[in-house]
Design a protein around this ligand. Structure first.
Ligand code: GLC
Length: 504
């Protein structure tokens, strides 16, 4: 792949705890992931992004990092991580790791030092008096320590925020980047990328953060073909684009697309906005339907309200699973056809639904406890994958996965879906294969169609048509390459996407 492999890459997100369990302890690990690399190769992805794999007390699924230069023993060892990187590279799959610069873990050496010695607190935000900020997970954003001072945590109390006004913190993260780039890692996903700096009144999107990413870009450019990817939930597109200037981050997740309802006018608006936001800075857009923080698309698209917003308000509202499944298939082909990069969250390719009936006592996401149970949290999209067989743990490994899998997933195992030509898995496999040659980076040209249809042609001549209306629509001339559902006497049924090779 070229210097700019990331511009059009299909990146598969591995939530390691739930991907595959190699040692049978109920938690996914590197051994499990390594054993499933051929599956990812056959799926046709260009890169893997792993959620944090560092030593962690797991107060927030590993986003409470105790040591940025090692591997959580439950997942494996540093040596095994290096072996994994080499094995992925042999298969021509790039590896992206998660870096968490906004906060640490209370178990980290720096925080332990800060607790023991009030003079060693300048790497964090310690104050004699807290302000009124609330944690993003609910409850106050300050916790008091034994000697009376308070420390800031925008997330869980186990995740103390770093003080980025301290040059030592800058140095530390530049070293951490080099540590992983030296081990062959091809890029980093930057967690909570807009939150690093704090003023008296604000903690989001302060201008100082751009100096950090300019430095990180210089570090990345000491190496070849490394990519910096921002997790930025920002409402203002102009502010968002500032992070993607030529000397800052390479790309960022498109959460507007993920949050967008299944509605033709809204989708068209978000796609156009995405393209016009990215064009001036020359950064490729990305297309994201799900990740480890949001409700699975099959469930989302089957509800009356098909949008996504944090807060869990729609949890448990009725969802028509057949409708949601059909739309998720149509959305997958739409996302794959749009110009730029693509993210696929593990299990999306299996059409897994959100698990909404987990027993409360098994819920682990701190959002659940900190909201006093009003927000069920994100465990429902993190249930271990079903690989094979007729009953749990469906080939995940061991006997009891850390979260229970529904019995009904016997129909959704990778094994069952490989044997079914019309399965979601085979749709993703064929789509990703076609995408590699004909889609990815570039531009699109909209085709004039009715207001309920999204239709565009890509540089390669591939035309993508999605019908979001309630009746069938006629298709333009061309050879049908792939469809998310069965055509209706040559016409495109509702909630269906088709790819065509332009005629002539
Ligand atoms: C990001 C992660 C999320 C985590 C939070 C705090 O939003 O995606 O899973 O809880 O940051 O690190």
């Amino acid at each position: 792949m070229s210097q700019t492999w990331w511009r059009g890459a299909a990146i598969y997100q591995v939530y390691l705890r739930s991907f595959a369990d190699g040692n049978g302890d109920g938690v996914g690990d590197l051994a499990g992931l390594r054993s499933r690399l051929p599956y990812l190769k056959d799926l046709g992805v260009d890169a893997i992004w792993l959620n944090p794999w560092y030593p962690s007390p797991m107060a927030d699924g590993g986003y409470d990092v105790a040591d940025y230069r090692d591997i959580e023993p439950v997942f494996g060892s540093l040596a095994e991580a290096e072996t994994f990187i080499a094995e992925a590279h042999e298969l021509d799959i790039k590896v992206i790791v998660d870096v968490v610069p906004n906060h640490s873990s209370t178990a980290s050496a720096w925080f332990q030092e800060a607790l023991a010695d009030p003079k060693a607190r300048q790497r964090f935000w310690f104050r004699d008096e807290p302000n009124d900020w609330q944690s993003i997970f609910g409850g106050p954003a300050w916790t008091q320590v034994a000697d009376g001072q308070w420390y800031l945590h925008l997330f869980a109390p186990e995740q103390p925020d770093f003080n980025w006004d301290n040059p030592e913190v800058h140095q530390e993260f530049e070293d951490v980047l080099r540590f992983w780039f030296d081990r062959g890692v091809d890029g980093v996903r930057i967690d909570s990328a807009a939150l690093l700096f704090k003023s008296d009144s604000r903690y989001e999107d302060l201008d100082e953060v751009h100096d950090v990413y300019r430095r990180w870009r210089q570090v990345a450019e000491e190496y070849a073909e490394r990519v910096l990817i921002g997790e930025l939930w920002l409402p203002d597109q102009e502010r968002f684009a500032l992070y993607l200037r030529q000397d800052e981050l390479h790309t960022a997740f498109n959460f507007d697309f993920l949050s967008c309802p299944w509605d033709p006018a809204e989708l068209r608006r978000v796609i156009d906005l995405t393209l016009t936001t990215h064009a001036p800075v020359g950064a490729p857009p990305t297309w994201v339907l799900s990740n480890h923080d949001v409700t699975r698309p099959v469930t989302r698209y089957g509800r009356a309200d098909t949008s996504f917003a944090h807060g869990g308000a729609l949890h448990g509202t009725p969802s028509d699973s057949e409708l949601g499944y059909r739309r998720a298939r149509a959305a997958a082909l739409l996302a794959m056809a749009l110009p730029g990069g693509l993210y696929v969250y593990q299990g999306e390719e299996l059409g897994l639904p959100e698990v909404e009936d987990l027993p409360d006592e098994l819920r682990q996401d701190p959002m659940y406890a900190r909201s006093g149970g009003s927000n069920p949290g994100r465990d429902g999209c993190r249930v271990p994958l079903p690989w094979s067989g007729e009953e749990p743990p469906f080939g995940f490994g061991g006997t009891r996965p850390w979260l229970p899998q529904p019995e009904s997933w016997r129909k959704l195992t990778a094994e069952a879906q490989l044997a079914d030509l019309d399965s979601m898995l085979n749709l993703y496999r064929t789509g990703l294969r076609l995408r590699r040659d004909r889609l990815g980076d570039g531009t699109l040209t909209w085709l004039p169609y009715g207001q309920n249809v999204l239709a565009f042609t890509r540089d390669s001549g591939l035309t993508c048509v999605t019908n979001l209306g309630s009746g069938p629509v006629r298709l333009p001339a061309g050879e049908i390459l792939l469809a998310s559902g069965t055509l209706d006497d040559g016409a495109l049924p509702p909630d269906t996407t088709v790819w065509l090779a332009s005629a002539g």
